[in-house]
Design a protein around this ligand. Structure first.
Ligand code: TYM
Length: 334
């Protein structure tokens, strides 16, 4: 029986944080033996906001190396760079022409990012979700493992696929596979260390708001020491204690303990006792990733080879889908 297909990606903007890891990559690693997987570094998405050309390539390498360091296994998965496969841009144009403008204007992430940028909002930022739809639809992905913040983009992807199928295909012969989001409850929304009501984010100006996968033990210690807490004694999972919920949740994930176990262990604790435990658990979870990352980055040429092979494999799948769409839309082929 052929395995179902998974596709997902991360933008090479700055450092990866534990939200990206726990919301997405960790789940890719767990899922990979049961699926045929494609994981891309979505560098075209990274230029939808002003970017630095002198760091884009290096950041792309970093993300690819982190995929491997976190446990992505090339026996199950293909790793590639989005811009290396031209079909992503080409399908985006075709999908742009069937996507109503108002579907994009109501995207929450567009509205949030557009507000931050004032007059400099690019057409690319508005079009971000169509490019994301192309990433997914080109690979006939069945499942798309992402964090909770990507749910609306996944719904849009489904709507675009259904629209293309309705307009240009038939029920017996759909053109695009309609994918399902795969959002694991635990870790789907890791919150900022500076404000438990806000998502942990790469674009938060405060470094203290997030723990990066490549932070040193000292940085992790400092960030957890300074993170926002509340003045209530006894630590419990309660909706009206957002910081407490988030930090206990992180502790549970990093130690592999259940919510019940964490509750039992921490219900009589104060922050002074809890913070060093969380610090140790975080350092312990990230150290093996950091060690592997350094090994991969030291092996010159290895990553290039991985990405070249990934490109070839991705291209053969993506080009076939692109041709299917072009045929359905009536383009001349010679
Ligand atoms: P990016 O780079 O912003 O985020 C990468 C992944 O990390 C998840 N994530 C979080 N999960 C839990 N808590 C958080 N605080 C948190 N912050 C981020 C995101 O949900 C995402 O899964 N648009 C995508 C990139 C993309 C993509 C795709 C994903 C482009 N094309 C095709 C899947 C399929 C994004 O958010 O990247």
């Amino acid at each position: 029986m052929t395995k179902k297909r998974v596709l997902s990606g991360v933008q090479p903007t700055g450092n990866l944080h534990i939200g990206n890891y726990l919301g997405a990559i960790r789940n890719w690693v767990d899922l990979q033996p049961n699926y045929d997987n494609f994981f891309c570094v979505v560098d075209l998405h990274a230029i939808t906001v002003p970017h630095n050309p002198s760091t884009l390539a290096q950041n792309t390498y970093t993300i690819a190396a982190l995929y491997l360091a976190c446990g992505i296994d090339l026996n199950h998965s293909t790793i590639f760079v989005q811009s290396h496969v031209g079909a992503h841009s080409e399908l985006t144009w075709l999908l742009n022409c069937v996507t109503p403008l108002n579907w994009l204007e109501r995207m929450i992430q567009f509205k949030e990012k557009a507000i931050k940028q004032g007059e400099n909002v690019s057409v690319g930022l508005l079009d971000y979700p169509v490019l994301m739809a192309s990433d997914i639809l080109l690979y006939d992905a069945d499942q798309v493992p992402v964090g909770e913040d990507q749910k609306q983009h996944l719904e849009l992807t489904r709507d675009i696929a259904i629209r293309v199928n309705d307009k240009f295909g038939s029920e017996e012969k759909p053109i695009l596979k309609v994918p399902e989001p795969l959002i694991r409850q635990e870790g789907a929304r890791i919150m900022s260390l500076a404000d438990g009501t806000k998502k942990m984010s790469k674009s938060d100006p405060s470094e203290l708001s997030r723990i990066n996968l490549l932070d040193t033990p000292d940085e992790i210690k400092k960030k957890i020491k300074k993170c926002k807490t509340d003045p209530i004694m006894g630590l419990t999972f309660t909706i009206d204690r957002p910081e407490c919920n988030n930090l206990l949740g992180l502790y549970g994930i990093f130690t592999g303990k259940s919510k019940e176990e964490v509750s039992a262990e921490c219900s009589d604790m104060g922050w002074g006792k809890f913070k060093p435990l969380l610090t140790d658990a975080t350092i312990e979870a990230l150290t093996p990733i950091q060690t592997k990352y350094k090994e991969i980055m030291a092996e010159k040429g290895y990553l290039d080879e991985v990405l070249k092979q990934g490109k070839d494999k991705a291209e053969s799948v993506a080009n076939a889908t692109l041709q299917r769409v072009k045929d359905a839309l009536g383009f001349l082929t010679i």
